[in-house]
Design a protein around this ligand. Structure first.
Ligand code: FAD
Length: 463
């Protein structure tokens, strides 16, 4: 009789044990075989190199937490998954590899190649679940076509519904196998949130109890702690959106939170699913605009582009809320959503730099940097995406600051040169001569650049 074959659970961006349907499948199969589960993480040099120091550090910590929760049994192997995964299967005699399906362009290509390599050895790649409540590509119009617009997508997504969270299997028999060891990442210099499944769940529970009721009003305020700060955990799959959606439903049922607050939060999760759906149907959207809105010659080039980009990246544009956001990004690997929109609009419509350059900087520094969410949100702001903000809607960095950071506390936290200015006057330091020593002059005049952008847009329409 052949010895029982272990199954392999290949962790990728699902670094948790709770509500992990692929884990459930792997455990079920291993038990039926009288065998155990190899918990594999492949450190793919291609992905590691593009993660940047902030996501590398966060991933290293998240893997450490996962390793601890499996009793030290996560097997880390370094190398190209196309070679490593078949090699591990051959080593242990596994006949199946379980994963949560990937939907972004690189992950799809990788998984197809791994599946093919495994098949030649008679091993199956079994995909169960995904990082989304509803797998990208599944929510369609009645005509079977992808949705172009968010609101009807959300309606159909809500109607489609999702599974209940998967139960946590008890007593998983993890296989012991030689490991290349957990990755080490240099300290990134940014203050990152605590990584790992337990920290994600604790953050979510605290937000449900104390933050969600005020979410509809506070979520746009970068000076308050008004959002859940779960994007890094969702990016790495330390918590699944299905868990969040189930908890929202029960919190509403029990009367703990008002439906309006739950609906607002659900809607933000729906944006996440919409962007993943758009990228699934248009993998090229990771690099190219889905539509052209201004003529090619509208964009800054050469030294002018480099200078504008440098001022923006370093938070020295002379526009306080923009600079605060850019410095928050460098300081924490995260930026408030409202401020992400303001700084993105400023780069594209005030500095006339292509969205791709900004998206690249975000991906280099965001702890939650995620190709579908980042690229499609950039396209939304730049007016080039599906259901994007129209190009002619140009954020005014002063009035946005005054409205969403009404006392200027956010700006003063991130821009020390402006700490001497009290209240909302901090959003217009140029009106107070000598009040902001060391703070840069404005690199452009917003009113003027706004006109240029509107003219560019008209020229683009006229063609
Ligand atoms: P909450 O307000 O608590 O929202 C809960 C969850 O809903 C978030 O964690 C997120 O998963 C989802 N969500 C909220 N807003 C959005 C949105 N606009 N689009 C999609 N999902 C949303 N988010 C990323 O996860 N990764 C990125 O790389 C990323 N890049 C962005 C780039 C730009 C230019 C912009 C404008 C937005 C980007 N976002 C990105 C979306 C959003 O800013 C973050 O998800 C949000 O700030 C995370 O904070 P939170 O978890 O406290 O959000």
């Amino acid at each position: 009789m052949p010895s029982p074959a272990p199954t392999v659970l290949w962790f990728r961006r699902d670094l948790r044990l709770a509500d992990n349907p692929a884990l459930g499948e792997a455990v079920g199969e291993a038990r039926a075989e009288g065998s155990d589960v190899v918990g594999l993480y492949v450190l793919d040099p291609a992905l590691w190199a593009t993660a940047g120091p902030v996501r590398q550090a966060y991933l290293a910590r998240s893997l450490r937490a996962l390793h601890a929760s499996t009793g030290g049994r996560v097997v880390v192997r370094h190398g190209d998954p196309r070679a490593v995964v078949p090699a591990v299967c051959a080593e242990v005699g596994a006949r199946s590899v379980h994963v949560a399906a990937s939907y972004e362009p690189y992950g799809r290509r990788r998984d197809d190649a791994v599946e093919e390599a495994l098949a030649t050895a008679g091993v199956r790649l079994r995909r169960t679940g995904s990082p989304y409540a509803v797998a990208p590509g599944r929510v369609r119009t009645r005509g079977g076509t992808p949705f172009q617009v968010f609101t009807p997508f959300r309606t159909a997504w809500l109607e489609h519904g999702w599974r209940a969270p998967a139960p946590l299997p008890d007593d998983v028999a993890w296989a012991a196998l030689a490991s290349d060891g957990l990755p080490d990442a240099p300290e990134p210099g940014a203050r990152l949130p605590e990584a790992g499944e337990a920290a994600a769940l604790a953050r979510w529970r605290a937000f449900l109890a104390d933050g969600l009721a005020d979410y509809p009003t506070d979520r746009d305020r970068p000076d308050l702690v008004g959002t859940s700060y779960l994007s890094p955990a969702l990016k790495w799959g330390e918590i699944h959106p299905r868990t969040l959606l189930a908890d929202l439903a029960s919190a509403v049922r029990s009367g703990a939170v008002p439906e309006e607050a739950a609906a607002t939060y659900r809607s933000e999760l729906a944006w996440r699913e919409f962007h993943a759906d758009v990228l699934f149907h248009h993998p090229g959207a990771a690099r190219r605009s889905l539509r052209t809105v201004v003529p090619e010659d509208a964009w800054a080039t050469g030294a002018a582009e480099d200078a504008m980009l440098a001022a923006w990246r370093e938070g020295r544009t002379g526009y306080p809320v923009v600079d605060a956001g850019m410095r928050q990004l460098l300081g924490t690997g995260w930026m408030h959503n409202r401020v992400r929109m303001i700084v993105a609009s400023f780069l594209v419509k005030d500095l006339h730099v292509r969205w791709q350059r900004g998206a690249e900087h975000f991906m280099a520094h965001l702890v939650d940097g995620d190709v579908s969410q980042n690229q499609l949100n950039w396209q939304w702001v730049a007016g080039t995406g599906r259901d994007a903000a129209p190009y002619f809607r140009i954020f005014n960095p002063v009035t946005q600051g005054q409205k969403f950071d009404p006392d200027g506390a956010y700006v003063r936290e991130w821009v020390p040169e402006l700490r001497g200015i009290a209240g909302k006057a901090v959003h217009e330091p140029w009106k107070l001569a000598g009040a902001a020593p060391g703070y840069p002059e404005r690199v452009v005049d917003h009113a003027l650049e706004r006109k240029v952008s509107l003219e560019d847009f008209e020229r683009g329409r006229g063609r």
